[in-house]
Design a protein around this ligand. Structure first.
Ligand code: CP3
Length: 347
């Protein structure tokens, strides 16, 4: 059993264990990335994005860059949710300016070419990255490991790309439910193994990204999002007691079902979340994270400062981690990021 020392000296773990801090701990989705020159310099050494993610020294370096520059409370492992389909045998490429491209899985025959069994094992360079990052971080900083949620990863696997709307995956589920359920079962299994291996290598907390949780009918959301992620959490908890954050982006009123029934230690909020409602309805059940619009950090100024102060004030006294409602975009000025950290710290 891998133990997370019940919070210890890490403010972010304290929050995930239900203890509010006098100032919220802070980190940002996509805090490692193209808005940082030091990231672009390392990125330029790698022709392929997957190959970059699977090079432990460089992945560890870019994971640590934002912590060195801004001093956030957590590092998030530098990797990608599409490493799992790659490790299951799907052809995954990242095309500059267009995002990910995958060979779409749209038939039972194509599905037979994929295997979950060895997927987590094939991602062993990621666990080496985790070890290197943990060794390079101060004790009070949290290392967050992560994976994509099964439905979100299935959406990319079926659609073949990330930029268009996710209707192909949803329609396939209505047309061939068993096929999608089989794919989901493979993803649950590979993802649980992958997260357990990250925890065993030294990740202090784990996050599941359900970026395509929006727009699903309630019964479909419950099955493909809530239940599938709870099953992963159950499997992870058989081996570790590392806390788990879930991000059901765009789930709207169904956030309440996730908070009450979900058994996750943390729930990440998107930019649309009504914050007073979240504090009243979700907060009694789960630690909350996020909500800041990443575009405010692109613009900066008064609107950004007021939004940050509003979040700090609204969640004063409850377990809360300041973060974005979605990832930084490449246009984000690093000075604005530094200013957000300064406001949150009350410096
Ligand atoms: O700093 C961090 O947040 C850690 C690393 C991280 C990346 N991707 C690195 C990355 C994390 C946590 C992710 C998660 C991820 N990847 C998600 C879930 C969160 C979300 O954004 O909804 C999703 C949907 C993906 C899939 C993905 N990866 C897309 C759609 C793209 C292309 C879009 C883009 O911004 O280019 C990626 C590429 C990617 N993943 C980049 C980074 C830093 C940019 C690629 C590059 O540097 O060349």
């Amino acid at each position: 059993m891998v133990s997370s020392v019940s919070g210890g000296s890490q403010p972010l773990l304290q929050v995930l264990h239900g203890h509010p801090q006098s100032r919220p701990p802070i980190w940002f989705m996509r805090q490692a990335g193209r808005y940082l020159k030091e990231y672009r310099d390392v990125r330029a050494r790698h022709p392929g994005f997957i190959e970059f993610c699977l090079t432990p020294e460089d992945a560890a370096e870019v994971t640590l860059q934002p912590i060195r520059r801004f001093g956030m409370d957590a590092a998030i492992l530098f990797a990608d949710i599409l490493l799992i389909p790659h490790a299951m045998g799907q052809n995954v490429r990242f095309v500059k300016g267009e995002g990910p491209k995958l060979e779409p899985v749209v038939s039972a025959d194509l599905m037979k070419t994929l295997s979950a069994d060895k997927a987590a094992e094939r991602l062993s360079p990621v666990y080496e990255t985790v070890r290197l990052v943990r060794a390079g971080l101060d004790d009070d900083k949290t290392l967050i490991g992560f994976a994509g949620s099964p439905w979100t990863v299935a959406t990319y696997m079926i659609n073949g790309q990330g930029t268009k709307d996710p209707s192909a995956a949803r329609q396939l589920f209505y047309r061939e439910p068993q096929m999608v359920r089989d794919l989901m079962a493979m993803l649950v299994s590979a993802t649980a193994d992958y997260l357990i291996a990250q925890a065993e290598a030294g990740a202090d907390a784990l996050k599941l990204f359900d970026s395509w949780a929006a727009g699903l009918p309630e019964n479909v959301f419950r099955e493909l999002c809530l239940e599938a992620n709870m099953e992963i959490a159950r499997r992870v908890r058989e081996k570790t007691d590392v806390p788990i954050l879930y991000f059901p982006k765009g789930a709207g009123a169904l956030y309440e079902a996730v908070a009450i029934e979900g058994s996750f230690e943390g729930l990440a909020m998107d930019t649309q979340m009504p914050m007073e409602w979240a504090k009243k309805t979700l907060s009694p059940h789960v630690a909350l994270q996020g909500g800041l619009d990443p575009l405010l950090v692109v613009e900066g100024g008064k609107a950004m400062r007021e939004a940050v102060e509003y979040l700090v004030k609204t969640f004063d006294g409850v377990p809360y981690i300041l973060n974005l409602g979605h990832g930084f975009v490449p246009e984000t000025p690093p000075e604005h990021v530094a200013e957000v950290v300064k406001i949150v710290r009350g410096d």
